[in-house]
Design a protein around this ligand. Structure first.
Ligand code: ADP
Ligand code: MG
Length: 440
């Protein structure tokens, strides 16, 4: 079995002594590298105490020393003596082979598309049809509960149905757990074998990589290997690539190589369509006023819609399963005539007309002179801050402008308020007044 030479080993120790004196211990001299395979140098420890210290404190330092001494991108694994970690026996990711943890309901058929998710939905379909050939990687981001997992699993189902054999769907957490296990058992080559010989790799919630430096490094190489062999990579996150804190530039730029698509908050129509779809899946009939009521009251995300529907269905059992508006209200604990406690677009229009002396029709017009364009931008900004309307919906209220215009307006105001103290104060005042108005 290959191992590193004595010279390399003593160079590593020298490197540690000079660069990491605070970590270095006299017993380091008694450590011994056992073997060197597939980029991993395994180092045998004398006992569990040493093993704990090394694994918890010195992993990074040893890897750096190993890289400096060998001039190669290698890692180290600490092996506790006697507990002889066998490279034999299956690793958990090998056992899981073939059993994709996919939810059978997360299909395209059950996914409602609307203005909030049109781009990721269309891209997902295209990728499912021609994996590795259209958008690679496909990066889908959006707030929690808006359908990222559902959509990427739908892509997996579709790719499998079309005969793609090696589709690997995994959460980011599982990826890092597998990686750590592989390192601990000195089987990094088997990890790489598993992750690099796939037709499509789908990693959900990739933002969790940000906190894991070594897994990130490994993922980077996995990504490159798959990308170069034109295998499809699909990732989801709660932020855009550049919005994920402490994700290094080389990964951010790779994520941007393909298509980055956002899932926005769904508008009322889409939410209603989702309520209908979920009701159908549960084999219940809902009158339209109930559909509307549930969609109007569960507006933050789709999990909330599902929760509301489940409550209504459970509650209706007392009445023989009949669901009407009264039962729905009661199930959701909403009294009749209770005011809707959120800022509406009308409130915002009114605030702007009072503050800037413009007319609502000006705000909706195509006029572009600053006296109108600026208040319009402010309104779009306030709508984004204070309502749950999607960019498309906001655009709809301002004479059917598209979402990129709205986004531009919002960014303009964000930038300006940083530089203009008076504007900043005015905006704070308007926001306060609007909030007070709805809680009054
Ligand atoms: P995320 O991964 O973004 O947090 P999920 O994919 O877990 O969100 O979605 C939460 C729930 O909402 C799931 O049960 C999913 O089926 C449902 N859901 C989300 N978006 C849609 C949609 N567009 N159509 C139908 N169901 C959806
Ligand atoms: Mg998810």
């Amino acid at each position: 079995m290959a191992t590193i030479g004595d010279r390399t080993w003593s160079e590593m120790l020298d490197y540690l002594r000079s660069r990491f004196p605070h970590l270095t211990r006299s017993w380091f001299d008694s450590l011994a590298p056992t073997d060197f395979q597939h980029g991993v140098i395994r180092i045998c420890c004398a006992d569990a105490v040493q093993h704990k210290y090394l694994s918890e404190q010195c992993q990074g330092a040893f890897s750096e020393a190993a890289q400096a001494a060998t001039g190669r991108l290698v890692t180290v694994a600490f092996v506790p003596v006697n507990t002889a970690p066998s490279a034999e026996g299956p690793l958990s990711f090998e056992l899981e082979e073939g059993q994709l943890a996919l939810n059978k309901n997360y299909t395209f058929e059950n996914f409602v598309s609307g203005p909030c998710n049109r781009l990721p939905y269309a891209a997902g379909l295209a990728v499912a049809e021609r994996p590795g050939q259209v958008y690679n990687p496909l990066f889908i981001h959006g707030d929690v509960g808006l359908g990222k997992t559902h959509l990427v699993q739908a892509i997996c189902h579709q790719m499998i149905a079309q005969g793609l054999k090696r589709v690997l769907y995994i959460s980011c957490e599982t990826f890092t757990n597998h990686f750590v296990e592989a390192i601990e058992r000195g089987c990094l080559h088997r990890f790489r074998d598993r992750y690099r010989h796939v037709d499509a790799l789908v990693i959900d919630d990739i933002q969790f990589l940000a906190a894991r430096e070594r897994s990130r490094e490994e993922f980077f190489h996995t990504f490159n290997a798959l990308y170069q062999s034109q295998r499809q990579i699909i990732l989801t996150a709660d932020e855009s690539p550049s919005g994920i804190p402490s994700l290094e530039e080389r990964l951010v730029s790779r994520f941007n190589w393909g298509l980055v698509a956002i899932i926005e908050h769904p508008c009322l129509e889409t939410r209603m369509a989702i309520v209908r779809k979920k009701a159908k899946l549960n084999c219940v009939d809902l009158p339209e006023d109930v559909v509307h009521f549930i969609a109007a009251h569960a507006e933050s995300n789709i999990r909330e819609i599902e929760g509301a529907l489940t409550r209504v269905m459970a509650f209706s059992q007392q009445f023989g399963g009949v669901i009407d508006l009264d039962i729905t209200r009661e199930a959701l604990g909403v009294r009749e005539g209770e005011p809707n406690k959120s800022v509406t677009i009308q409130d915002i229009f009114q605030a702007a007309t009072e503050h800037y002396g413009v007319r609502p029709t000006d705000l909706q017009s195509k006029r572009r002179n600053r006296s109108v364009a600026f208040p319009r931008q402010v309104c779009m900004y306030l709508a984004r801050e204070l309502t749950r309307l999607s960019l498309e919906e906001i655009g709809g209220y301002f004479g059917g402008r598209d979402h990129t215009t709205v986004l531009h307006a919002i960014r303009t105001i964000i930038d300006q308020r940083k530089q203009d103290e008076e504007l900043d104060q005015n905006l704070n005042r308007m926001v306060d007044l609007l909030r007070k108005k709805v809680t009054a």
